[in-house]
Design a binder for this molecule. Structure first.
Ligand SMILES: C[S@@+](CC[C@H](N)C(=O)[O-])C[C@H]1O[C@@H](n2cnc3c(N)ncnc32)[C@H](O)[C@@H]1O
Length: 272
């Protein structure tokens, strides 16, 4: 434990140690403060979709939807919860998860830089201090160090790691979950899945409407005929609002709203 208050404030749990982290409270805290290159947050937490998972289970069971894709999963802890909720359905599932910003690299020993797949330095640490996450805005010194050190050429090896929860990684290793490369704006996988979940990614607060429409088109195209899309957002009070849609030809038919439903309903309606 760091006893000097100012140092404690400059301490940051290093992202490259995340896959080893076992404490869910620290893990959720770190993910909340981690932002990707396109300014989406990696915020997620255990239990945020319990109600939705019960409904998803009954829809998946009713329509026998076996090919599942959870998009933009962050640590993947909510994917495991959905997988566990489906454990007793008897459906032979093929369960896929993806996150455009899942794979990162870390370079250096004393000066450690965390780079994303696009080569952009997201964070840097001197030892475990001076991480450039939320502390950045409180301490100009961290901004200065970032400015000074982030762009220096990287000479040594870059160790790559997948920014998923350790249990998720174990499920991938055991073949129970498959990780796929998927960018909601550019990846096209026509008719690949029968159930697609996209929570807290295509939010009006994150992206312009045109980009959200492109993402929606890709998600809908990736559904088989009769497949189901679950899309929604978790509000700051922790309550998730979502809508389940069923694909019928080129149309999406609303199956059920939860809470106020998806905030992109109007965009979905306009796609028809
Ligand atoms: C707020 S998190 C949502 C995590 C989880 N779905 C949940 O609701 O708890 C958004 C995730 O989307 C990922 N993401 C950002 N842009 C993406 C893109 N273009 N395609 C796929 N995933 C993306 C981010 O890396 C981040 O992990």
């Amino acid at each position: 434990m760091i006893r000097i208050p100012v140092l404690r404030k400059l301490w940051a749990f290093r992202t490259d140690a995340m896959p080893e982290l076992r404490n869910p409270a620290i893990r959720d805290y770190v993910y909340r403060a981690f932002f990707t290159q396109n300014a989406t947050s990696k915020q997620t937490s255990v239990g945020r979709f319990s109600d939705l998972d019960r409904l998803a289970r009954s829809i998946i069971l009713e329509h026998r939807l076996a090919d599942i894709h959870d998009v933009g999963v962050s640590s993947g802890v909510t994917s495991l919860e959905l997988l566990h909720a489906l454990a007793t359905t008897g459906i032979p599932l093929s369960f896929h998860i993806s996150d455009k910003y899942a794979v990162y690299g870390s370079s250096g020993r004393f000066l450690v830089r965390i780079v994303d797949a696009q080569g952009s330095v997201r964070e840097l640490y001197v030892g475990s201090l001076l991480g450039t996450r939320d502390v950045t805005y409180k301490f100009p010194v961290t901004r200065f160090l970032y400015w000074l050190l982030a762009r220096r050429p990287i000479h040594g090896p870059v160790r790559s790691f997948v920014l998923f929860d350790h249990e998720v990684l174990e499920h991938i290793r055991a073949g129970l979950v498959r990780r796929i490369d998927y960018d909601v704006f550019t990846t096209r996988m026509p008719g690949a899945f029968s159930f697609v979940r996209c929570m807290n990614l295509l939010n009006l607060g994150y992206f312009p409407r045109e980009s959200i429409e492109t993402g929606l088109r890709n998600l809908i195209e990736s559904l088989k005929e009769g497949g189901v899309l679950q899309i929604g957002r978790t509000h700051p009070d922790g309550v998730s609002h979502a809508t389940f849609y069923r694909k019928r030809g080129n149309r999406l038919e609303m199956l059920q709203d939860v809470g106020r439903g998806t905030e992109v309903r109007e965009l979905i309606d306009r796609l028809h």
